[in-house]
Design a protein around this ligand. Structure first.
Ligand code: AMP
Ligand code: ZN
Length: 104
């Protein structure tokens, strides 16, 4: 396993309650929330950044977005942000792809 905090959360060697999980991804609360709701939607597959994703992984990236939409509906968010930070200069701190779902 890569030495990756999100891989460890997915494996639950670092416990963080999973708000959602399916065969492709999990979602859990961001430890430093930027709004009332701030979830991270994280693929089970370790891909460092969106810039590293290949064509085969395109459906997986789409799945993260539709999962974000589903979770936003479940949480009754009327409007929200879905955000990927890409690369250090793009504000990315954890190098395992994750989609931020931010709203209130
Ligand atoms: P990014 O800057 O896009 O890489 O986002 C990384 C996010 O992961 C930040 O918003 C952090 O607050 C969050 N984060 C870092 N460590 C943890 C953790 N152990 N559990 C939950 N969220 C975390
Ligand atoms: Zn990882």
């Amino acid at each position: 396993m890569p030495d990756c905090i999100f891989c460890k959360i997915i494996a639950q060697t670092i416990p963080s309650p999973l708000i959602y999980e399916d065969e492709k991804c999990v979602a859990f609360a961001d430890i430093h929330p930027k709004d009332k709701t701030h979830l991270l939607i994280v693929p089970r597959e370790h891909i460092p950044t969106v810039a590293d994703a290949n064509g085969e992984q395109e459906p997986l990236l789409g799945h993260l977005i539709t999962t974000g939409k589903k979770l936003a509906q479940m949480l009754n968010l009327s409007g929200y942000k879905l955000q990927f930070n890409v690369g250090k200069e793009g504000g990315q701190e954890v190098f395992h792809i994750h989609l931020h779902l931010i709203g209130h």
